[in-house]
Structure formats: structure tokens, C-alpha cells
Design a protein around this ligand. Sequence first.
Ligand code: ARG
Length: 581
Amino acid sequence: MKSHIESLLEQTIESFKQQGIVPADFQARIQVDRTKDKSHGDLATNLAMMLTKVAKKNPRELAQLIIDTLPASSYVAKVEIAGPGFINFFIDDNALANQLQQALTSDHLGVALPTKQTIVVDYSSPNLAKEMHVGHLRSTIIGDSVVRALEYLGHNVIRQNHVGDWGTQFGMLLALMEELRAANGEQAKMELSDLESFYRAAKVRFDESTEFATRARQLVVALQSGDEYCNKLWREFNDISLSHCHDVYKRLGVSLTRADVHGESAYNADLAQVVKDLDAQCLLSESNGAKVVFQEAFRNKEGEPLPVIIQKADGGYLYATSDLAAMRYRSNVLKADRAMYFVDLRQALHFQQVFSLAKLAKFVRPEMSLEHTGFGTMNGEDGRPFKTRSGGVVKLVDLLDEADVRALELVRSKNPDMDEATLTEIARVVGISSVKYADLSKNRTSDYIFSFEQMLSFEGNTAPYLLYAYTRVAGIFKRATDIDLSQAKIVLEHEKEKDLGTKLAQFGEVLTRMTDKGLPHVLCGYLYELASEFSSFYEACPVLAAETEAQKQSRLLLAQLTAKTLKTGLSLLGIETLERM
Ligand code: ARG
């Protein structure tokens, strides 16, 4: 309840800022405390006193203004001004208890569903020329978690895996496939089991042999003009590369399927039209033979205009061109109200430019929201981008293998007598969820340091902590199977019951905040707080040894709702729960 009141006060300050009552850059330190004497309500704040200086009003006058501006909340039974300008809040515990009771039996834990939207989520989107590496982890799991939460809230979500399956690098890959096939026949298939070295080998051949390079260029032209032989080779390559991706998705528990793949090549046939339409609107300029668009708002540090390149002098199209075509498709064919792009923040300028151009050229409906939900870099413990010891890119598969090994060690050390099969299964869940949770729990906009030690710790905001907390809550029921809860009623009496109840009631608003901005760390933080709130409750309030039968049942219901909320929350992060660990 404390944080609920804090958030009401934060909103009040926001509206004070809009009305100019306090300066827009004012940093309020909002303090809400539990009252000692219940005749003063449950919670109190000294906010009015804190604001007197900046707002130049007396505290009682301000207190009244705060009360008048405070958003309505069904949990607040009464608000009063006391003494020099304290504000006292009286919590309606019955309203809270009723809400929780309903949450237990409702489909969505009582979460109020928003107006349904069609939302395109562009995520994962690796380049198929290479194998998935750690750089693809963030987009894949952050995107997947937001997708799950949006679907939970009832939206029509369209996953788009905008894979890089087109472009000049394919010429050199196809040339190598061709060469190996001529030399080794079917064995060449095997070479593709390691895409990373295949790519490197192709690059070496491309750089050392002009003949090879010429053949590679011919193959690109042939591919783009629809040559059947080239297309067959290309499909074979992509098929193998995609199956690598889907192995990784499966292992990560990511919900993408082959049907969600809609890569750059899917827009190939629309690109000429994009150029024509830009031309018809007189938006194109020439720059060194290339067709480009200049927009007023985009300039470099020297103040020179920054172009979006649409078509190169040799006729080739670019990344931006297929993104323009993709936006048109997402707006006009998929009818998206909103499109979210989970892509590295290093592409921020690209997205600003193409979003603004798509609106300018009316490629998307004016009301469609285009959002680059970008993320920072995953760094190693030295604070530099994560690399192998020899400085190479870390393949995602290798990273997950290491997580497995480390998790197995950890789980074995906690359960020396457990059989091997159970250990392995628990370790699989702990390993994968630790990697995922470590990423999801950081604000996506910042860089973060990847550390196996931290992510596998049982202390702090980590997957092992939460998975363990869940097993503890779920464990209570294992000892209470004979208790009939069909007539049980939640009653909030103890301080800690009220605190836990208040936290539980916030699940819906947390999901709204998470999906509005595409920020899974908001949900992680909430689940962590919920687990901690449950621990304090469990310490202070005996459940199975409660004083009365009614109290025991009420507390069991609270535990049940906590378990459900933790499990649901973790599942929206794409994390499986365990019954024991
Ligand atoms: N394939 C690109 C890359 O690896 C990411 C694509 C993101 N999506 C998009 N519509 N541009 O950098």
C-alpha cells in the first residue's frame, strides 16, 4: 500500500508540474510512513511541507491542493490533513481483500484488460549469414517477454522475425556452397553445421580469389533477378541457418515459430515501388549517383543534412529501403495500431530517420505508433563488449552450454543426494532462466555486465532467488492438501497481511507499465518485491499454525494468490517454474 500511495503522490506531483505549481525539473523526495497511532490513519506523508519552498504556498493550503489533485483510488477510504500539514491516509482493507478474493478465481488474476490493439513486435531478427551470437540474446528474450505480456492483456500480437536474409554477403556464401559441392558432392551439407566458420571461409575465398569474388557478385545479381538455381541454393542455406535459430529459440523457451519469419527478402518485390512512390512525392535527391532522402530534422554535428539512402548508384537497395516497405506492410496489410522494434540502440538514428520518413511519405497510417524499443550492449566483466577469450564473438549455443554446466554444479551442491535425471532437469531450468532473468531484470536501455556468478546467485534480484521463493510458497500447499478452501475468505488484519495484499493488488498496473514502454525489468522488480513481501509475511504470520481456522484459511489464500502471481509473472518473462530445486 505504501508504494501505491507513493505512486498516487508521484502522479500528483506530475500534474503539479504540468500546471506550473512546481518547476518541471523538480525532484520530489516522496516519503510515506506508517502511522504509529491508527487514529491518524494507516499511512502519512509530509509532502506538503516539503513543497512549501518551491511552490511558495503554506503547507496546509498545499496539503488541500494535493488532496484535491490526488487520483482516485478504491483502496483509499479517507484522506485527512493533520497538524501543520501532514496528510493521513485511511486504507480500505475490505475493498483490498475483496479484490484479492476475486483475483483468485478470475481468468487473468483480476487484471483489468485494456482496449484490444493489433501490435506488431519486431524482435530477434538475426542476420542469417552467420550463426546467432550473444548480440541476439537481448532482442530475442526482451521481445519475447513483452509479446507474452501483451498477449496476456488480450492484444492481437503479430510477431515479426525480420531476419537479414538478403544482401551482398549471400553471393559469397552461395559461391562457396557451389564450390564445395563441385568438389565434395553432398558432403558440403555438413560444412553448414558450423555457419560461423563457413562464413569465415567464404570471406577468405572472397578476399583471396578475384574469380571467386566475381562469381559471388554474379550470384547476387542472379539471385535478385529471380534465377531459379540461385534461389534454390539460397533457400537451402537459409533453411539450415533458420533451423539453427529455431534450435536456440526452443532451448531458450522463446515463442517464435517459422511462421513468424518475415525477413528482408519478403519485401524484395516492393522495393522498386518504394522508390517510385518517394519519387512521385518529390522526396528523392541524388547524391553521388545514389537516390537519397534528406529530412530537415536530421543533421550531423557539423550541421550538414543526413540522408537516408534508398538506392545505391549500382541499383542495389538498402536496409532502410526494406524497412520502409516493411512499415507499409505492417500498417496497411497487418493493420497494426502499434509496432515495436526490439533492436540495438546503436540503430537509433536509423529508426528515427525511417520512422519519420514513413510518416512523411504516408507509408503508414498517421495514427500508427512506431516505437524503437532499443537496448544497450551486453558487456563482459571487463566492461567491454562480451567476447571469447581469443576475442571472437560468443555463439549463443556456447553461452547456454556454459550456463547449463554451471547450473548443474550449483544444483548438485545444494542437493548432493538427488538422482542425476532430476538434477539435470532442474539445472536446465535454472541455467536458462538465470541467463534470461539477468538480462530481463536490467533496464533495457542501459548496457549491462554479463556475469555467471551474479546471475546464479541465490541472493538478490536473480532467477534462482525467485525460483526458490516460488518453491517455498508452493511447498506450503504440499503440507495442506487436506484443507478445504472452497468457503475460505481473505481477511486482512495483520500489518504484513496488508502489505502483501497491497503488493498482490498491483500486478495489473505493473503489466500496464511493462507493456506501455516495453520494459520487462518493471515486472522483474515487482516479482522480486512480491517474493520479499511474502517472506516478511511468512515470518510474521504463521500459516498452518495460525490462531484460528478462518485465519489459517485466509492466509492460505494469500499464499495461493502469491504462488499464482509469481508463476504467471515468471511465465510472462518466459521463465518456467520448478516445484522443487
Ligand atoms: N537484422 C538486423 C540486425 O541484425 C536487425 C533487424 C531489426 N529489424 C528491423 N526491422 N530493422 O542488425
